[in-house]
Write a protein that binds this ligand. Structure first.
Ligand SMILES: [Zn+2]
Length: 58
């Protein structure tokens, strides 16, 4: 399992979708504190999501 799998899971979480079966919540939560790159990526995805939500008015 590499960071690509975790990023797929992060974007699913941000979108409010189910996480991939190979990356359950506990596994993702264990990875983030250890991986600055995924943390940074998650931060950017959240920000983008917030901007998109604002534009869409929801
Ligand atoms: Zn990572």
């Amino acid at each position: 399992m590499d960071c690509t799998d975790f990023r797929t899971a992060i974007s699913a979480r941000v979108d409010g979708e189910a996480l991939p079966p190979e990356v359950p919540d506990a596994v993702l939560d264990a990875h983030l504190p250890r991986c600055p790159r995924c943390r940074e990526w998650a931060r950017r995805v959240w920000r983008l999501r917030q901007l998109t939500a604002r534009v869409a008015g929801c």
